[in-house]
Design a protein around this ligand. Structure first.
Ligand code: NAP
Length: 312
């Protein structure tokens, strides 16, 4: 009897591991649940979920015996956790195992933007280096002033890396935290005023929507570079685009956007951005660890054991 539903586009390795460990029925997205036969839907007790399409109460109600949603990823803003809790459904995620990769990418975006690595690479690849002469000067990143918006697991991993670049570390969080002497700012405008580099590492969802507001972007100023590895929703994207187009800030390194993968075409015309297709955790090693943790949570639930990384 199939008691597990696996939603998402899993790698071949993860799909094989899911089949081996949990023998699930597969579906591409939440929109496919309704098409499953009713007797099959009734048997489902655990759902392994991957993706960013919303999973809400209406979809949960199609699975009357569902007890667990095991998310692939630390960010679970696609899942209506309040709706799950109201139905007695537990939610798990995959924290910590991806901190290094997401922090590495944040630093890479910061340096790629600051050191103008994309236009400089193009200078060479175009074959015109000899004809055009030397590429212009970029800006120094080491020793600069960095501001972390959201000093959680990933935010702290980013701050640790930037501290090793001798950067002055500032941060904002809902409350001051134990740090090695980093400067706390109660609000993101005060943080942006104090730094040149703003790195966003917040959770997504309605509570943090546009947390990096038009005012925060303005406070960063014309030397400012914004890096976002959190969710597109955490920044006022229209204000960010305006600031990038007008030169109100210097540039951005972005891994996340509104309406992925159909991002705002205004991004495609900018020459002061480094854009990534939501690659924060996308390495072979980390995705394997995330898949393992997701399956371990599902197995723990089915065996009646304590969940490893519960959300609600
Ligand atoms: P975390 O440890 O829970 O940290 C989240 C941060 O968000 C904390 O600093 C927290 O503030 C802040 N926050 C939460 N709710 C807030 C609210 N209502 N108002 C203001 N701040 C709030 O999470 P994490 O493991 O670092 O992950 C952070 C996020 O990164 C994930 O949720 C996900 O969206 C994103 N992510 C992206 C990728 C990618 O591929 N680009 C990969 C993994 C994760 P406090 O410090 O005050 O608690």
């Amino acid at each position: 009897m199939t008691t597990v539903l696996a939603i998402g586009t899993y790698s071949d390795t993860d799909r094989a591991a899911l089949e081996n460990e949990l023998a699930p029925v597969f579906a591409n997205g939440p929109g496919d649940i309704a098409a499953l036969p009713e007797d099959q839907r009734r048997q489902i007790r655990a759902l392994t979920f991957m993706g960013h399409h919303p999973l809400g109460g209406a979809e949960m109600d199609l699975l009357p015996n569902l007890g667990l949603i095991a998310n692939f990823g630390v960010g679970y803003d696609a899942i209506d956790v309040a709706a799950a809790t109201a139905r007695g459904i537990k939610v798990t995620n995959t924290p910590d195992v991806l901190n290094d990769d997401v922090a590495d990418l944040a630093v890479a975006l910061l340096i790629a933007q600051g050191r103008q690595m994309l236009p400089a690479a193009d200078w060479v690849s175009s074959g015109n280096w000899a004809a055009r002469g030397n590429f212009g000067l970029a800006r120094k990143v080491s020793g600069g002033r960095a501001g972390i918006v959201g000093l959680g697991r990933i935010g702290r991993a980013i701050a640790n890396r930037l501290a090793a670049f001798d950067m002055e570390i500032h941060y904002t969080s809902r409350r001051e935290k134990e740090t090695p002497g980093w400067t706390y700012h109660a609000d993101p405008v005060s943080l942006a005023e104090a730094v040149d580099y703003l790195i966003v590492a917040l959770v997504g969802g309605p509570e943090t929507e546009n947390h990096v507001s038009k005012e925060v972007i303005a406070a960063l100023g014309p030397r400012g570079i914004i890096v976002n590895i959190s969710r597109g929703s955490t920044i006022d994207e229209a204000a960010l685009l305006d600031a990038l187009e007008s030169g109100a800030i210097a540039g951005a390194g972005l891994d996340v956007f509104l309406n992925e993968p159909d991002i705002d075409p205004r991004f495609l015309k900018l020459d002061n951005v480094v854009l990534q297709p939501h690659q924060g955790s996308a390495t072979v090693e980390t995705r394997a660890a995330m898949g393992q943790l997701q399956r371990d949570n599902a197995r723990a639930f089915l065996n009646g054991d304590a969940l490893l990384t519960p959300v609600n």
